[in-house]
Ligand binder design. Structure first.
Ligand code: ARG
Length: 261
């Protein structure tokens, strides 16, 4: 995670960003700390990246890389405003026992990649259509040695895979079907017949932008309806107020890069 010390909305690269409304940096920071404490209280180790001035979106740490089995597929951002973030993530992994691969193709890390270790022996789901180049899906498969299923996103409001789909545990997902092309919807229905299906209101509340450890599902306070859906599916919802970070077009998942050593 990376604290939103330099968080602003000074450019608009997704439909949620409005540069005419000032953000409340103190509130963003307070909400971020509550999320970090929530994850720690649930027993998770949280590593913190130093925020850099001039990189207001660095708080969305999920976009900086994608790790599976100790291997890291680095990010290459679509927009020049975020390009320098990739180096900060690379340096973090260089300090550990990770194998890091620099990407040739544009991809925004966990924003567009999800991993299901228990599905089909270990399956990567990958989104394209707005940010990540489909060529990055094949590159990720070569780097990570796991099958990658490409899914086409079609609604600009749900521009990253993690705004439209989430892993609930090692083999179950939840998603909003209409965020995907009809063919990709058929692929998801075939692979995950028991998925928890979200509706448009859930997706607009950033309910799919969740982090789950397989038991506790951490999602924002706007996503109450989704909280009940995951509870009915056997998980425990944990709601965290993250309203200020929605102004940049992200919520819980966007600000957490999961480490898979
Ligand atoms: N403002 C950021 C952008 O548009 C938000 C990124 C949200 N991150 C995510 N994983 N969906 O790039």
């Amino acid at each position: 995670m990376c604290p939103p010390e330099h968080f602003t909305v000074e450019y608009a690269i997704n439909p949620w960003m409005d540069t005419t409304v000032p953000v409340d940096p103190a509130l963003a920071l307070k909400q971020w700390h509550l999320l970090r404490d929530t994850l720690s209280d649930l027993g998770h180790a949280v590593h913190v990246l130093d925020p850099a001035p001039g990189l207001p979106d660095m708080v969305y740490a999920a976009n900086g890389a994608f790790s599976v089995d100790g291997k890291v597929y680095g990010a290459r951002f679509r927009h020049p405003q975020r390009a320098a973030e990739a180096d900060a993530h690379r340096l973090f992994y260089a300090g550990g026992s990770w194998t890091y691969a620099d990407p040739l193709h544009i991809n925004e890390g966990e924003g567009d990649f999800a991993y299901l270790p228990g599905a089909y022996g270990g399956l990567i789901l990958a989104g394209y259509g707005f940010r990540t180049d489909p060529a990055a899906h094949a590159e990720a498969q070569e780097v990570l040695g796991r099958p990658v299923v490409s899914l086409r996103l079609v609604d600009p409001a749900f521009y990253h895979l993690d705004t439209a789909l989430a892993a609930l545990d090692d083999r179950h997902i939840t998603y909003y079907p209409e965020a995907f092309s009809p063919a990709s919807q058929r692929v998801l229905a075939q692979l995950f017949p028991d998925a928890v299906i979200a509706d448009r209101a859930d997706a607009e509340a950033f309910a799919l932008n969740l982090v789950s450890d397989g038991h506790h599902v951490v999602l924002n306070t706007e996503a109450m309806a989704m909280g009940e859906k995951v509870r009915a599916a056997g998980y425990t919802p944990v709601h965290v107020e993250l309203s200020e970070l929605k102004r940049g077009g992200g919520s819980v998942k966007c600000v957490v890069a999961e480490l898979r050593p």
